[in-house]
Write a protein that binds this ligand. Structure first.
Ligand SMILES: [Fe+2]
Length: 312
């Protein structure tokens, strides 16, 4: 069972990464920088859904209309210069070395009351590890709520499964096949989602822990943590921002969480960009994670950022 550090400013980034790879979780308070990021997200959401409150938009628009607005709004947010600048500043103020950290495109996510738009572009994630979806064992996830959280409208964690294997179907998942075949279709799946996702194939103990940082607070956790989108049983929508990072030293030394049950193929290693100059990880680093399923015609789909971003 891991520990949870609240607003810890003592640990260096290296100490923090070591603890995160052991299953610990960090929860940070809001700062001026995270508040600025949240304000940017809110202003874009509120403008897109005006004159309605984005949190109750499901009472005013159809699922299709909301999906259409999100499809345009989400890429605009993540490509916004201010969004990129603030995310780098957030990492910097937490002591992360921007020359060594590589990050995947940030996402804005939405979770509506469970009867409304719970698939496709606003997929409610069942319990999973990101490492079942081809993330490397050194991936860290940073997650911020945009509006106040409710326990029934938050992220759920199953910390004890960090060290207990879970029977799962990740062996059916290949990252390149997923990109080339499935994601292209996600935007069409407004009410039903037929994509094959890696899932737990055993009963899980129904004990989730929900960390509820304030608006602009951050939860940082290993991509190997078992986590989920708690089915939203409230009557308001949840909006959040997240981004994923890997540290070049850990990539090169294969340092990360232990792999206790992930058997997917392919790697997301080509997706991360250096925080300072937006370069990819060196080829030799990526190749360490290749498993022979990387075929040029499929790997090319990584470049299809618009498809990728429109769906998250
Ligand atoms: Fe996840």
């Amino acid at each position: 069972m891991g520990s949870v550090y609240f607003d810890d400013t003592e640990a260096t980034d290296q100490q923090r990464r070591t603890r995160l790879y052991q299953g610990d979780i960090y929860v940070f308070a809001a700062t001026d920088t995270t508040r600025a990021l949240v304000a940017l997200a809110r202003s874009m959401l509120e403008e897109a859904f005006a004159p309605h409150d984005p949190r109750t938009i499901h009472n005013h628009l159809s699922a299709e209309a909301v999906a259409e607005i999100l499809r345009k709004l989400k890429p605009r947010f993540i490509h916004h210069d201010e969004c990129k600048r603030l995310i780098l500043k957030i990492m910097e103020e937490r002591g992360v070395d921007l020359d060594k950290v590589y990050f995947d495109v940030p996402r804005m996510r939405s979770a509506y009351p469970s009867h409304f738009l719970s698939s496709g572009i606003a997929y409610a994630f069942h319990p999973h590890r990101d490492t079942w979806y081809s993330a490397p064992m050194c991936q860290l996830n940073w997650w911020l709520p945009i509006y106040p959280l409710d326990p029934n409208n938050a992220m759920g964690f199953y910390p004890h499964y960090f060290s207990d294997p879970v029977a799962n179907s990740s062996d059916t998942y290949n990252y390149y096949d997923w990109n080339s075949a499935s994601r292209v279709n996600a935007a069409k799946h407004v009410k039903t989602d037929t994509r094959e996702q890696p899932k737990a194939t055993q009963e899980l103990e129904p004990i989730t822990v929900r960390y509820l940082p304030p608006v602009g607070g951050i939860i940082v956790f290993s991509g190997a943590q078992l986590h989920e989108t708690v089915p939203n049983t409230t009557d308001v929508a949840r909006y959040s921002i997240d981004f994923r990072t890997v540290h070049a030293d850990d990539v090169m030394t294969r340092t990360g969480a232990p792999n206790i049950d992930s058997r997917c193929t392919g790697t997301t290693m080509r997706d991360y960009l250096n925080a300072r100059d937006l370069t990819h990880l060196p080829d030799e680093a990526v190749q360490m994670y290749d498993d022979g399923t990387e075929i040029a015609s499929k790997v090319l789909y990584f470049g299809d950022r618009l498809v990728h971003e429109a769906q998250e």
